[in-house]
Design a protein around this ligand. Structure first.
Ligand SMILES: [Zn+2]
Length: 294
C-alpha cells in the first residue's frame, strides 16, 4: 500500500513528511505509457504534489505544473487533501541517456517554471510560480517553498525505473522547520541532509516511511498522521459534457452537422467518453435555454 506519513521531531518544531508512492507511480507509468526519463519526471512531479498536499486543509487540492523548454515540455500532477493524485504528461515517449548513473530529468525538463495552483475551496485560489532551478523537481520544490511560501524546507524525491521500464521504487521526503526552530537544529539539518542517501534506494531496500524519516532526520520523532495514497481521477460524463458545452453553440452545431459520435478521452486517466448526436443536440438546446434566461 502506498502511504504518506507526517511526523514531528520530538523536541524541536521540525515537520517531516515521508512518502512511498511506488504502486501509484507505476499505475501512472502504465496508463501514460511513459519511457524511463519521462517516468522519473512524472513520478517526481506526482510525489511533489503529494508532499504539498500534506499541508492542505479538508476539501482543498493542489496542482503542480512543471513547464520547461526541454523535450518533455510539461508535466502536471494534482493531489487532494486525501492523498488522491492524478497526472498528465505531454510527451510520454522521452528517454535520454543517463547522467552520473541517474535518469537525466533536469535535461528532459529544461528551463522554465515550477507553478503551483491551490484550490482552497469556495472559489479561492492561490497561485505561486518560481523559475526552475535544476528541473530535477526536488530542488525546484524546495526553492518554491522557500521563495513563494516562506517555508524553509529540504526535499528529496526519487523514482527508480527497472530495466523492464516499470517503476520499482518511488517516493520522497520533505523536512521543514516551523517558527521557533533553533539555529543549531537548522545547522544540524543543513550538515546532515547532503549525506542522506537516495530515497529511491531506501524504498528499494524495503524501508517503510518511519524508517525513511529516521534515516533523514536522525532525531527522535512522533507520528502525527498516516494516509493512504492512491491514483484517482474525478472525471465524469457530466464534466465531459460541460467541457463540450463550453466550446460554444456554433462549434457544437458543426459537430452535429458532421453526423458522427464525438469521442473524448480524459488526459489524466485515459477514460473514453463517446457523446452521441442526441446528447450534442441537447447541449445546444440547453445553451439556448440558458441564453434565453439571460
Ligand atoms: Zn479521468
Amino acid at each position: 500500500m502506498d502511504v504518506l506519513v507526517k511526523a514531528m521531531a520530538q523536541d524541536e518544531p521540525i515537520l517531516v513528511v515521508a512518502l512511498i508512492d511506488t504502486e501509484t507511480v507505476e499505475k501512472a507509468r502504465a496508463m501514460h505509457d511513459t519511457f524511463p526519463t519521462a517516468t522519473a519526471a512524472l513520478g517526481r512531479t506526482m510525489s511533489a504534489a503529494l508532499l504539498l498536499s500534506s499541508l492542505l486543509k479538508e476539501g482543498q487540492k493542489v496542482i503542480v505544473q512543471v513547464a520547461g523548454d526541454g523535450p518533455l515540455q510539461g508535466v502536471v500532477a494534482e493531489a487532494d487533501w486525501q492523498c488522491r493524485v492524478r497526472s498528465y504528461i505531454k510527451r510520454p515517449h522521452i528517454h535520454l541517456g543517463l547522467k552520473d548513473g541517474k535518469l537525466d530529468v533536469g535535461r528532459a525538463i529544461g528551463k522554465g517554471f515550477f507553478n503551483v495552483i491551490k484550490d482552497l475551496g469556495l472559489r479561492d485560489y492561490y497561485k505561486g510560480s518560481v523559475p526552475l532551478q535544476t528541473g530535477e523537481i526536488a530542488t525546484d520544490l524546495a526553492y518554491y517553498l522557500n521563495q513563494s511560501e516562506q517555508i524553509p524546507a529540504a526535499v528529496s524525491l526519487g523514482v527508480y525505473v527497472e530495466t523492464d521500464n516499470a517503476a520499482k521504487a518511488s517516493g520522497g521526503f520533505m523536512i521543514h522547520s516551523l517558527p521557533g526552530s533553533s539555529e543549531e537544529i537548522i545547522d544540524y539539518l543543513e550538515n546532515r541532509l547532503p549525506g542522506v542517501r537516495q530515497v529511491s534506494a531506501m524504498i528499494r531496500e524495503g524501508l517503510g516511511p518511519e524508517q525513511i524519516i529516521h534515516e533523514a532526520l536522525g532525531l527522535p520523532f512522533k507520528i502525527l498522521e498516516e494516509r493512504e495514497v492512491q491514483y484517482y481521477c474525478h472525471c465524469t460524463r457530466g464534466r465531459v459534457l460541460d467541457a463540450i458545452a463550453s466550446i460554444g453553440k456554433n462549434d457544437i452545431e458543426e459537430l452535429i452537422h458532421k453526423g458522427e459520435t464525438v469521442q473524448v478521452q480524459c488526459e489524466f486517466c485515459k477514460a473514453e467518453y463517446s457523446v452521441a448526436q442526441g446528447e450534442l443536440a441537447a447541449l445546444v438546446n440547453d445553451s439556448a435555454a440558458v441564453s434565453a434566461k439571460k
